[in-house]
Design a protein around this ligand. Sequence first.
Ligand code: FES
Length: 223
Amino acid sequence: MDSPSPKPLYVPGQVPERRFSDEELVWTAEEQQRIDGWVAQYPTSDGAVMKVLWLAQEKFAWLPAEVIKFVAETLGLPYAKVFGVATFYTQYYKQEMGTWVLDVCTCFACQLCGGYDMLHYLEDQLGITKGETTEDGMFSIQEVECLGACGSAPMLQVTNGPYIHNLTAAKCDTLLAGLRAGKVPAFESVTLPQDEDDLGGNRRSDAEAVEAYQTPPVSETIE
Ligand code: FES
């Protein structure tokens, strides 16, 4: 991996670099109307913070400090409060991302089913590590917590959109080739219990098989 480490956006004690001017930080009348409608649904404006952050991300593609501040001012909230929400969720992007963001889950179920193998496979295929973006700006990789699809572990999500279930190296290859060709995978609904043969995934029912994964669960790596 020789791609440069991403520049940290938030360094304690340093003022973050601005990416958007004051002239750009305005809502359209239609956007302001939507925001007013969301705020009206809650006793206080705090309730609308996630929706307004989401709208800001749709508008600006990501959430540098000045955009978070813009959202805070819109809602009359302290910057720290909105910053706390934006930085809690990996779904809110705190750095510029590639066209496709691959959110690879390595939480408990995915980890036990080879989630780290899938993460490392994608890193190898793209020549980047998690938190980085390919030089052509096409792919970013994030390691994320549980995305609520543990029954089809290991899995990933594409740019806050479709889930790819029961990941294998072959499925990763197909996904990357498809995205490079501009094909977004269709949303796939998985119903439990699953038929391993039908899915063609790498779920294992025998505990010994866990040892087959190249990257063992974290608990096994702690001395
Ligand atoms: S542990 Fe990966 S989706 Fe729940």
